[in-house]
Structure formats: structure tokens, C-alpha cells
Design a protein. Structure first.
Length: 123
């Protein structure tokens, strides 16, 4: 395992993000789990300091982060477990649930408080 330190630039962020993607499915007790959690913390801290969050609704923010990571709706469905519900949420037909907020916050590295903001649902 590489020794990780505070991320100070985009090159280090890229290396950390690439490694995180390789081990992101590591479960507690597995060899890569602690490294995954450390990388998550380091990446999140760097991104919080570096960026100003755009003032968009939670769904748009999810779409932006999906694009950043190259994820599709199927990636969210895989994480959440229900493709139909994800489609409804992404098309403003159904609100985010607490479970979705928790899972997507972790997967997309979005602060939960960004995802709990109110937004309009189309009826």
C-alpha cells in the first residue's frame, strides 16, 4: 500500500482518485478497506478546500458529479438497487430518499447537506 498524505494539487488528486476507484468496493475487514476510507477522507477534504459548490438543485449536482466520475444512471441504480426509482428521481418525478442521499453522498463525494436541499418535483 502506498503511503498517502494530504492532497495538495490536482496531480495528487488524480492519483488518489484513480486508486480509490480501483478499491472502492472494498468491504470492512478487507485489506484495502482502510486505504479506501483514508482516500475518501483526503479526496473530500481537498475538494472541499479547492472548490466552491455550485448553487444548483440536488439532482443537477448529482448529474454534474456523475459526469465528473464518468458514471451513468446504471451506476446509481447498482448502488441503490432500483433502476426505475433512479430514473424517476433523475427526471424530477420522485424526491431523493434518505437512503439515496446517504449512498449518493458517499459514492459521488457530495456533502449530504447539498443533497437535502429542497427542489421542485414535477407532477
Amino acid at each position: 500500500m502506498k503511503t498517502w498524505g494530504i492532497i495538495e494539487n490536482d496531480k495528487e488528486l488524480k492519483a488518489a482518485s484513480e486508486r480509490f476507484e480501483k478499491i472502492r468496493t472494498a468491504k470492512k475487514g478487507e485489506p484495502d478497506y482502510k486505504e479506501k476510507m483514508l482516500l475518501l477522507l483526503l479526496i473530500t477534504k481537498y475538494e472541499e478546500q479547492k472548490s466552491i459548490l455550485p448553487d444548483v438543485d440536488p439532482i443537477e449536482f448529482i448529474k454534474i458529479r456523475m459526469e465528473d466520475f464518468g458514471y451513468k444512471q446504471s451506476t446509481l441504480a447498482q448502488e441503490y438497487g432500483d433502476k426505475g426509482t433512479i430514473s424517476k428521481v433523475m427526471n424530477y418525478k420522485q424526491p431523493l430518499t434518505l437512503t439515496m442521499i446517504r449512498k449518493f453522498s458517499k459514492l459521488l463525494r457530495i456533502p449530504a447537506d447539498v443533497l437535502i436541499k429542497e427542489y421542485n418535483i414535477q407532477q
